[in-house]
Design a protein around this ligand. Sequence first.
Ligand code: LLP
Length: 422
Amino acid sequence: MTPLPRHLLPDTAEISGGGRLSIGGRDLVELAGEFGTPLFVYDEDHLRARCREAVAAFGDGASYAAKAFLCRAMARLVHEEGMGIDVASGGELHVALAAGVPAARLVLHGNNKSEAELARALDVGVGRIVIDSDDELDRIEALVAAGATPPQVLVRVTPGVEAHTHVYVMTGQADSKFGFGLASGAAAAAVARATASPAVELVGVHAHIGSNVFLLSSFTQAVDVLADFVVPLGLPELSLGGGLGVAYVEGEQAPSITDWGAVLSKACAEAGITARISAEPGRAISAGAALTLYTVGTIKALDGIRTYLAVDGGMSDNPRPVLYGSGYEAFLPRATDAERPRAVRVVGKHCESGDVVVADARLPADVAVGDVLATPVTGAYGHSMASNYNKVTRPAVVFVSGGDARVVVRRESLDDLLRLDS
Ligand code: LLP
């Protein structure tokens, strides 16, 4: 019944007397008219504020996990605010470099980095490579033997801590495709190998326990487990990965980046860790900064069953409900503070029943075809995981700030759908 909780909206959200929502000084219903729907609208000030929070908490050791959302404008913004960037593929590396971010500010991740990806990383001189396997070390050794400069590296360790999150995004447990297990001795062997190898300069250890983690105790538990391993090594750096959760729906509350940083620093200090602590939040930087705007196309009330309300996007711009059963809120930006008594299932326009945007949405009673509908907290793993399923074109992305709206990723055209066909 209740109106949309205010804390799910971006920082600069303002609600007019009539209930209309503006972000960055721009009315959302007007933005939908100007740029079309579906549309990702990012609050630039919100993004910048979260980056500053991360830099205040982790200093030079703060990197943005680009997988959450990346385009050149985002890479530039993050770099301007003083964060490095964690890139997890040759593609993310390419975009960050194309944005003009210095290679030294990039950290290369990936559990199966190809020789070509490693060669490019060494060629441009990325700041750090996080080593994930012995095969990767073999490849780096071969590239250095062929003349490349030895990179500074961290060894990725799986601490065996089970974070309380969805099983698909849990990464710290022993049964994992990522990193070297601590308990099995694989991590110690990898550190020994990297220390002895003239092809790499080992500067630290890395651990990432999972994503969308709400409990700070999961992180402190990981620190405790890691301490016994890293303190005797005396290496200068320890990266604790990303993973800080965000609130998506009514009733959820997540710790701030500042709280997270303080808890991690304290836990490390108490555990006797003197290495510089770094971190790579993705979701906590970008998720809450954006909303997706859709247009309501059909409303089907099935007697005694439920009402299906279909919008002009769906699993192609937000696959998270389908992949993880993730929940979202929905509201009408023309009536942001209205009560939401009407129960509907918001679905997309794709040819499968699983194409759900919000399984159990509540909307104002007068919701109608043609309305602009918004889902908040879609700034992470929405656009970055978007697809062209059913040859639906990917939405545009607009950054708003101080009354200006600029397109940072244009909407795909129908001809874009043909551009890779031979
Ligand atoms: N560092 C590493 C090594 C990671 O694997 C990840 C996320 C991050 C940092 C950033 O995590 P964050 O701060 O965003 O939680 N598609 C899923 C999330 C997958 C996350 C994968 N790794 C989702 O939509 O929930």
